[in-house]
Design a protein around this ligand. Structure first.
Ligand SMILES: *Cc1c(COP(=O)(O)O)cnc(C)c1O
Length: 393
Protein backbone atom coordinates (compact mmCIF):
# COMPACT_ATOMS: atom_id res chain seq x y z
CA UNK A 1 0.00 0.00 0.00
CA UNK A 2 1.18 3.54 -0.80
CA UNK A 3 0.14 6.19 1.73
CA UNK A 4 1.05 9.74 0.76
CA UNK A 5 2.32 12.21 3.31
CA UNK A 6 0.10 14.97 1.95
CA UNK A 7 -2.35 15.63 -0.87
CA UNK A 8 -4.31 18.73 -1.82
CA UNK A 9 -8.13 18.67 -1.76
CA UNK A 10 -9.26 20.00 -5.16
CA UNK A 11 -12.85 19.74 -6.41
CA UNK A 12 -14.86 20.87 -9.44
CA UNK A 13 -15.32 24.24 -7.71
CA UNK A 14 -11.57 24.93 -7.92
CA UNK A 15 -11.32 23.59 -11.47
CA UNK A 16 -14.24 25.72 -12.66
CA UNK A 17 -12.78 28.94 -11.24
CA UNK A 18 -9.28 28.31 -12.58
CA UNK A 19 -10.80 27.42 -15.95
CA UNK A 20 -12.70 30.69 -15.95
CA UNK A 21 -9.49 32.63 -15.37
CA UNK A 22 -7.52 30.74 -18.03
CA UNK A 23 -10.17 31.74 -20.55
CA UNK A 24 -10.12 35.38 -19.46
CA UNK A 25 -7.67 38.01 -20.73
CA UNK A 26 -6.37 38.82 -17.21
CA UNK A 27 -3.87 36.30 -15.82
CA UNK A 28 -2.13 38.61 -13.35
CA UNK A 29 -2.99 41.60 -11.14
CA UNK A 30 -6.69 41.07 -11.66
CA UNK A 31 -9.99 40.66 -9.87
CA UNK A 32 -9.36 37.17 -8.44
CA UNK A 33 -6.39 38.39 -6.42
CA UNK A 34 -8.50 41.18 -4.94
CA UNK A 35 -11.35 38.75 -4.24
CA UNK A 36 -9.00 36.29 -2.52
CA UNK A 37 -7.49 39.08 -0.41
CA UNK A 38 -10.93 40.22 0.69
CA UNK A 39 -11.97 36.67 1.56
CA UNK A 40 -8.93 36.16 3.83
CA UNK A 41 -9.20 39.63 5.41
CA UNK A 42 -12.87 38.96 6.25
CA UNK A 43 -12.14 35.48 7.56
CA UNK A 44 -9.39 36.63 9.93
CA UNK A 45 -11.02 39.95 10.77
CA UNK A 46 -8.20 42.12 9.45
CA UNK A 47 -8.43 45.44 7.62
CA UNK A 48 -5.85 44.58 4.96
CA UNK A 49 -4.73 41.44 3.19
CA UNK A 50 -1.97 41.40 0.57
CA UNK A 51 -1.55 38.30 -1.59
CA UNK A 52 1.97 37.25 -2.49
CA UNK A 53 3.61 34.36 -4.31
CA UNK A 54 4.72 32.48 -1.18
CA UNK A 55 4.64 32.57 2.59
CA UNK A 56 8.37 33.29 2.55
CA UNK A 57 7.81 36.38 0.38
CA UNK A 58 5.14 37.56 2.80
CA UNK A 59 7.47 37.23 5.80
CA UNK A 60 10.24 39.04 3.93
CA UNK A 61 7.94 41.95 3.05
CA UNK A 62 6.75 42.32 6.64
CA UNK A 63 10.35 42.38 7.90
CA UNK A 64 11.08 45.17 5.41
CA UNK A 65 7.81 47.01 6.01
CA UNK A 66 8.57 47.20 9.74
CA UNK A 67 11.99 48.65 8.96
CA UNK A 68 13.98 45.72 10.33
CA UNK A 69 17.47 45.87 8.86
CA UNK A 70 21.18 45.38 9.31
CA UNK A 71 22.20 44.68 12.90
CA UNK A 72 18.65 44.49 14.22
CA UNK A 73 17.64 41.47 16.24
CA UNK A 74 14.40 39.50 16.04
CA UNK A 75 13.51 36.94 18.69
CA UNK A 76 12.14 33.72 17.25
CA UNK A 77 11.96 29.94 17.54
CA UNK A 78 14.50 27.47 16.20
CA UNK A 79 11.79 24.77 15.95
CA UNK A 80 10.25 25.84 12.66
CA UNK A 81 10.47 25.73 8.91
CA UNK A 82 13.57 27.66 7.90
CA UNK A 83 11.71 30.52 6.18
CA UNK A 84 10.68 32.01 9.53
CA UNK A 85 14.25 32.99 10.28
CA UNK A 86 15.67 33.28 6.75
CA UNK A 87 13.34 36.26 6.29
CA UNK A 88 15.57 38.24 8.67
CA UNK A 89 18.80 37.15 7.02
CA UNK A 90 17.58 38.63 3.71
CA UNK A 91 17.78 42.03 5.44
CA UNK A 92 20.99 41.31 7.36
CA UNK A 93 19.06 41.27 10.59
CA UNK A 94 19.80 38.58 13.17
CA UNK A 95 17.41 35.86 14.29
CA UNK A 96 17.87 35.40 18.03
CA UNK A 97 16.57 32.00 19.03
CA UNK A 98 14.96 31.06 22.30
CA UNK A 99 13.95 27.53 23.16
CA UNK A 100 10.46 26.03 23.00
CA UNK A 101 7.91 24.54 25.36
CA UNK A 102 8.36 20.76 25.42
CA UNK A 103 4.65 19.98 25.03
CA UNK A 104 3.37 22.41 22.37
CA UNK A 105 6.69 22.82 20.53
CA UNK A 106 6.11 26.57 20.34
CA UNK A 107 8.38 29.39 21.54
CA UNK A 108 8.50 29.56 25.34
CA UNK A 109 7.38 33.06 26.37
CA UNK A 110 9.11 32.77 29.76
CA UNK A 111 12.49 32.78 27.95
CA UNK A 112 11.84 35.78 25.71
CA UNK A 113 12.61 38.68 28.03
CA UNK A 114 16.11 37.41 28.85
CA UNK A 115 16.89 37.51 25.12
CA UNK A 116 15.87 41.15 24.60
CA UNK A 117 18.74 43.58 23.97
CA UNK A 118 18.85 47.24 22.86
CA UNK A 119 19.01 45.93 19.26
CA UNK A 120 15.82 43.86 19.50
CA UNK A 121 13.16 45.15 17.11
CA UNK A 122 10.60 42.39 16.95
CA UNK A 123 9.35 39.01 18.12
CA UNK A 124 8.42 36.47 15.47
CA UNK A 125 6.43 33.55 16.92
CA UNK A 126 5.53 30.59 14.72
CA UNK A 127 2.28 28.65 15.10
CA UNK A 128 3.92 25.24 14.73
CA UNK A 129 1.91 22.45 13.09
CA UNK A 130 -1.20 24.67 13.24
CA UNK A 131 -1.13 25.27 17.00
CA UNK A 132 -0.99 28.98 17.88
CA UNK A 133 1.95 30.02 20.06
CA UNK A 134 1.15 31.73 23.41
CA UNK A 135 0.21 34.79 21.43
CA UNK A 136 -1.34 36.87 24.22
CA UNK A 137 1.72 36.52 26.48
CA UNK A 138 4.02 37.31 23.56
CA UNK A 139 2.01 40.41 22.63
CA UNK A 140 2.17 41.61 26.21
CA UNK A 141 5.97 41.24 26.35
CA UNK A 142 6.26 43.10 23.05
CA UNK A 143 4.04 45.90 24.34
CA UNK A 144 6.15 46.32 27.48
CA UNK A 145 9.34 46.59 25.43
CA UNK A 146 8.03 48.49 22.42
CA UNK A 147 8.60 45.61 19.99
CA UNK A 148 6.78 44.65 16.82
CA UNK A 149 5.13 41.21 16.63
CA UNK A 150 5.20 39.40 13.30
CA UNK A 151 3.20 36.16 13.52
CA UNK A 152 4.23 33.33 11.23
CA UNK A 153 0.76 31.81 10.90
CA UNK A 154 1.75 29.97 7.72
CA UNK A 155 0.64 26.66 9.26
CA UNK A 156 -2.37 27.92 11.19
CA UNK A 157 -5.12 29.43 9.07
CA UNK A 158 -8.38 28.83 10.94
CA UNK A 159 -6.83 28.03 14.33
CA UNK A 160 -7.99 29.99 17.36
CA UNK A 161 -6.26 30.97 20.59
CA UNK A 162 -8.58 31.92 23.46
CA UNK A 163 -11.37 32.36 20.95
CA UNK A 164 -9.46 34.61 18.55
CA UNK A 165 -8.10 33.58 15.17
CA UNK A 166 -4.42 33.05 14.45
CA UNK A 167 -3.30 36.01 12.37
CA UNK A 168 -5.87 38.34 13.91
CA UNK A 169 -5.14 41.85 15.15
CA UNK A 170 -5.36 40.73 18.78
CA UNK A 171 -1.97 39.08 18.57
CA UNK A 172 0.34 40.77 16.08
CA UNK A 173 1.16 43.83 14.01
CA UNK A 174 1.28 41.68 10.92
CA UNK A 175 0.85 37.99 10.15
CA UNK A 176 1.43 35.69 7.21
CA UNK A 177 -0.43 32.63 5.91
CA UNK A 178 0.97 30.22 3.32
CA UNK A 179 -0.72 28.13 0.67
CA UNK A 180 1.81 25.55 -0.51
CA UNK A 181 0.00 22.32 -1.54
CA UNK A 182 0.45 20.64 1.85
CA UNK A 183 -1.20 23.50 3.79
CA UNK A 184 -4.85 23.59 4.93
CA UNK A 185 -5.76 25.58 1.81
CA UNK A 186 -3.61 25.81 -1.30
CA UNK A 187 -3.00 28.08 -4.26
CA UNK A 188 -0.14 25.95 -5.64
CA UNK A 189 2.47 28.41 -4.43
CA UNK A 190 1.23 31.42 -2.52
CA UNK A 191 0.97 33.42 0.65
CA UNK A 192 -1.02 36.20 2.29
CA UNK A 193 0.04 39.08 4.53
CA UNK A 194 -2.61 40.43 6.91
CA UNK A 195 -2.37 43.63 8.96
CA UNK A 196 -4.47 46.48 10.32
CA UNK A 197 -1.72 49.03 9.65
CA UNK A 198 -2.48 51.06 6.53
CA UNK A 199 1.13 52.15 6.00
CA UNK A 200 2.44 48.59 6.30
CA UNK A 201 -0.22 47.39 3.87
CA UNK A 202 0.74 50.09 1.34
CA UNK A 203 4.43 49.25 1.63
CA UNK A 204 3.77 45.54 1.15
CA UNK A 205 1.55 46.18 -1.90
CA UNK A 206 4.23 48.37 -3.42
CA UNK A 207 7.15 46.05 -2.65
CA UNK A 208 5.44 42.92 -4.00
CA UNK A 209 5.01 44.83 -7.28
CA UNK A 210 8.55 46.07 -8.01
CA UNK A 211 8.26 49.05 -5.69
CA UNK A 212 5.65 50.76 -7.83
CA UNK A 213 3.75 53.64 -6.26
CA UNK A 214 0.13 53.51 -5.23
CA UNK A 215 -1.12 54.71 -8.59
CA UNK A 216 0.63 51.65 -10.00
CA UNK A 217 2.15 53.64 -12.86
CA UNK A 218 4.01 50.88 -14.66
CA UNK A 219 7.47 52.38 -14.95
CA UNK A 220 7.47 54.54 -11.85
CA UNK A 221 9.36 52.82 -9.04
CA UNK A 222 9.43 54.58 -5.70
CA UNK A 223 11.39 52.06 -3.66
CA UNK A 224 13.24 48.78 -3.92
CA UNK A 225 10.69 46.12 -4.71
CA UNK A 226 10.38 42.55 -5.88
CA UNK A 227 8.17 40.47 -8.08
CA UNK A 228 6.28 38.73 -5.27
CA UNK A 229 2.88 38.96 -7.00
CA UNK A 230 0.30 36.20 -6.89
CA UNK A 231 -1.06 35.31 -10.33
CA UNK A 232 -4.77 35.05 -11.10
CA UNK A 233 -4.82 31.27 -11.51
CA UNK A 234 -3.42 30.81 -8.02
CA UNK A 235 -5.82 33.42 -6.65
CA UNK A 236 -8.75 31.61 -8.28
CA UNK A 237 -7.71 28.42 -6.51
CA UNK A 238 -7.53 30.42 -3.30
CA UNK A 239 -11.01 31.90 -3.72
CA UNK A 240 -12.50 28.43 -4.24
CA UNK A 241 -10.56 26.99 -1.28
CA UNK A 242 -11.64 29.85 1.00
CA UNK A 243 -15.22 29.08 0.01
CA UNK A 244 -14.69 25.57 1.42
CA UNK A 245 -12.37 26.40 4.31
CA UNK A 246 -14.66 25.18 7.08
CA UNK A 247 -15.17 21.89 5.26
CA UNK A 248 -11.42 21.54 4.70
CA UNK A 249 -10.57 22.19 8.35
CA UNK A 250 -13.31 19.79 9.50
CA UNK A 251 -11.96 17.03 7.26
CA UNK A 252 -8.49 17.44 8.74
CA UNK A 253 -9.99 17.39 12.21
CA UNK A 254 -11.65 14.08 11.36
CA UNK A 255 -8.34 12.54 10.30
CA UNK A 256 -6.63 13.80 13.48
CA UNK A 257 -9.41 12.13 15.49
CA UNK A 258 -8.95 8.86 13.59
CA UNK A 259 -5.26 8.89 14.52
CA UNK A 260 -6.01 9.81 18.14
CA UNK A 261 -8.47 6.90 18.43
CA UNK A 262 -6.23 4.39 16.71
CA UNK A 263 -2.96 5.43 18.37
CA UNK A 264 -4.40 6.51 21.71
CA UNK A 265 -4.12 3.03 23.20
CA UNK A 266 -0.43 2.81 22.30
CA UNK A 267 0.69 6.17 23.58
CA UNK A 268 0.57 8.27 26.67
CA UNK A 269 -1.06 11.59 25.99
CA UNK A 270 0.67 14.56 27.58
CA UNK A 271 -0.16 14.83 31.27
CA UNK A 272 -2.41 11.77 31.37
CA UNK A 273 -2.22 9.47 34.35
CA UNK A 274 -3.65 5.97 34.56
CA UNK A 275 -2.64 2.67 33.06
CA UNK A 276 0.80 2.33 31.53
CA UNK A 277 0.89 2.78 27.77
CA UNK A 278 2.18 -0.07 25.62
CA UNK A 279 4.80 2.18 24.04
CA UNK A 280 5.87 4.69 26.70
CA UNK A 281 8.24 6.44 24.27
CA UNK A 282 5.42 7.37 21.87
CA UNK A 283 3.72 10.77 22.14
CA UNK A 284 0.73 12.02 20.21
CA UNK A 285 0.36 15.73 19.38
CA UNK A 286 -0.46 17.86 22.41
CA UNK A 287 -2.90 20.74 22.01
CA UNK A 288 -2.97 23.32 24.82
CA UNK A 289 -6.37 24.08 26.39
CA UNK A 290 -6.00 27.76 25.36
CA UNK A 291 -6.21 26.61 21.74
CA UNK A 292 -9.97 26.87 21.36
CA UNK A 293 -9.80 25.63 17.80
CA UNK A 294 -7.04 23.59 16.22
CA UNK A 295 -6.75 23.81 12.45
CA UNK A 296 -4.51 20.82 11.83
CA UNK A 297 -1.64 21.35 9.40
CA UNK A 298 0.38 18.17 9.95
CA UNK A 299 0.18 15.26 12.33
CA UNK A 300 3.50 14.94 14.13
CA UNK A 301 4.17 12.12 16.56
CA UNK A 302 7.23 11.69 18.74
CA UNK A 303 8.97 8.36 19.21
CA UNK A 304 11.79 7.19 21.46
CA UNK A 305 11.06 9.95 23.96
CA UNK A 306 11.83 7.61 26.89
CA UNK A 307 15.23 6.51 25.56
CA UNK A 308 18.18 7.35 27.82
CA UNK A 309 20.45 9.04 25.28
CA UNK A 310 20.09 11.32 22.25
CA UNK A 311 21.75 8.64 20.11
CA UNK A 312 19.18 6.04 21.16
CA UNK A 313 16.33 8.50 20.53
CA UNK A 314 17.59 9.17 17.03
CA UNK A 315 18.08 5.45 16.42
CA UNK A 316 14.45 4.73 17.33
CA UNK A 317 13.20 7.55 15.13
CA UNK A 318 15.36 6.47 12.19
CA UNK A 319 14.21 2.87 12.56
CA UNK A 320 10.55 3.88 12.53
CA UNK A 321 11.12 6.08 9.49
CA UNK A 322 12.89 3.29 7.67
CA UNK A 323 10.03 0.87 8.34
CA UNK A 324 7.54 3.49 7.13
CA UNK A 325 9.54 3.97 3.95
CA UNK A 326 9.74 0.24 3.30
CA UNK A 327 5.98 0.04 3.81
CA UNK A 328 5.28 2.83 1.30
CA UNK A 329 4.22 5.28 4.01
CA UNK A 330 5.22 8.90 3.50
CA UNK A 331 6.95 10.46 6.50
CA UNK A 332 9.43 13.17 7.35
CA UNK A 333 11.53 14.24 10.35
CA UNK A 334 9.76 17.41 11.36
CA UNK A 335 11.22 19.91 12.12
CA UNK A 336 14.99 19.75 11.83
CA UNK A 337 16.06 22.58 14.17
CA UNK A 338 17.02 25.72 12.27
CA UNK A 339 20.12 26.48 14.37
CA UNK A 340 21.59 23.09 13.40
CA UNK A 341 21.18 23.63 9.65
CA UNK A 342 24.64 23.67 8.05
CA UNK A 343 24.68 27.32 7.04
CA UNK A 344 23.32 28.53 10.38
CA UNK A 345 26.11 26.64 12.12
CA UNK A 346 28.60 28.26 9.75
CA UNK A 347 27.14 31.77 10.05
CA UNK A 348 26.48 31.88 13.79
CA UNK A 349 28.54 29.06 15.28
CA UNK A 350 25.53 27.21 16.69
CA UNK A 351 26.12 23.70 17.94
CA UNK A 352 24.40 20.73 19.50
CA UNK A 353 23.26 21.61 23.03
CA UNK A 354 22.38 25.28 22.36
CA UNK A 355 18.60 24.71 22.47
CA UNK A 356 18.07 21.36 24.18
CA UNK A 357 14.27 21.27 24.15
CA UNK A 358 14.17 22.03 20.43
CA UNK A 359 16.85 19.43 19.75
CA UNK A 360 15.00 16.76 21.73
CA UNK A 361 11.85 17.53 19.74
CA UNK A 362 13.84 17.54 16.50
CA UNK A 363 15.36 14.10 16.98
CA UNK A 364 12.12 12.38 18.03
CA UNK A 365 9.50 13.94 15.73
CA UNK A 366 7.99 12.34 12.65
CA UNK A 367 5.25 13.80 10.46
CA UNK A 368 3.03 10.92 9.35
CA UNK A 369 0.55 10.88 6.43
CA UNK A 370 -2.02 13.61 6.90
CA UNK A 371 -4.52 14.84 4.33
CA UNK A 372 -8.25 14.99 3.71
CA UNK A 373 -8.48 11.79 1.68
CA UNK A 374 -6.92 9.51 4.29
CA UNK A 375 -9.14 6.48 5.04
CA UNK A 376 -9.66 4.44 8.22
CA UNK A 377 -7.86 1.56 6.49
CA UNK A 378 -4.83 3.73 5.76
CA UNK A 379 -4.73 5.08 9.31
CA UNK A 380 -4.92 1.50 10.57
CA UNK A 381 -2.08 0.46 8.25
CA UNK A 382 0.14 3.35 9.44
CA UNK A 383 -0.61 2.44 13.06
CA UNK A 384 0.13 -1.25 12.49
CA UNK A 385 3.50 -0.51 10.88
CA UNK A 386 4.29 1.95 13.67
CA UNK A 387 3.48 -0.62 16.35
CA UNK A 388 5.71 -3.23 14.73
CA UNK A 389 8.57 -0.75 14.28
CA UNK A 390 8.35 0.39 17.91
CA UNK A 391 8.33 -3.20 19.14
CA UNK A 392 11.55 -3.89 17.17
CA UNK A 393 13.29 -0.68 18.13
C1 LIG B 1 4.91 26.90 4.85
C2 LIG B 1 5.63 27.76 5.82
C3 LIG B 1 6.17 29.00 5.43
C4 LIG B 1 6.10 29.54 4.04
O1 LIG B 1 6.49 28.64 3.09
P1 LIG B 1 6.38 28.92 1.52
O2 LIG B 1 6.79 27.63 0.94
O3 LIG B 1 7.33 30.04 1.22
O4 LIG B 1 4.99 29.30 1.21
C5 LIG B 1 6.76 29.78 6.42
N1 LIG B 1 6.83 29.38 7.69
C6 LIG B 1 6.34 28.19 8.09
C7 LIG B 1 6.45 27.81 9.53
C8 LIG B 1 5.76 27.33 7.16
O5 LIG B 1 5.30 26.14 7.54
Amino acid sequence: MQVHLSRPDITDAEIALVNEVVHSPVLALGPKMAEFEQAVADYVGRRYAIAVNSGTSGLHLLVRAFGIGEGDEVITTPFSFIASSNCMLYERAKPVFVDIEPDTGNIDPSLIEAAITPRTKAILPVDAFGQPARLDAIREIARRHGLVVIEDACEAIGSEYKGKKAGSGAFSDGAVFAFYPNKQITTGEGGMIVTDDEEVAKLCRSMRNQGRGEAGVWLSHERLGYNYRMDELSAALGVAQMGRIEELIAKRQRVAQMYARRLGGLARSAGAAGSAPRHPGLRLPYVAPEVTRMSWFVYVIRVGVDEPTPERQEAVRDHVMQRFQEAGIGCRPYFTPIHLQPFYRRLFGYKEGDFPVTEAAGRTSIAIPFHNHLTEAEVDYVATVLEQALAEA
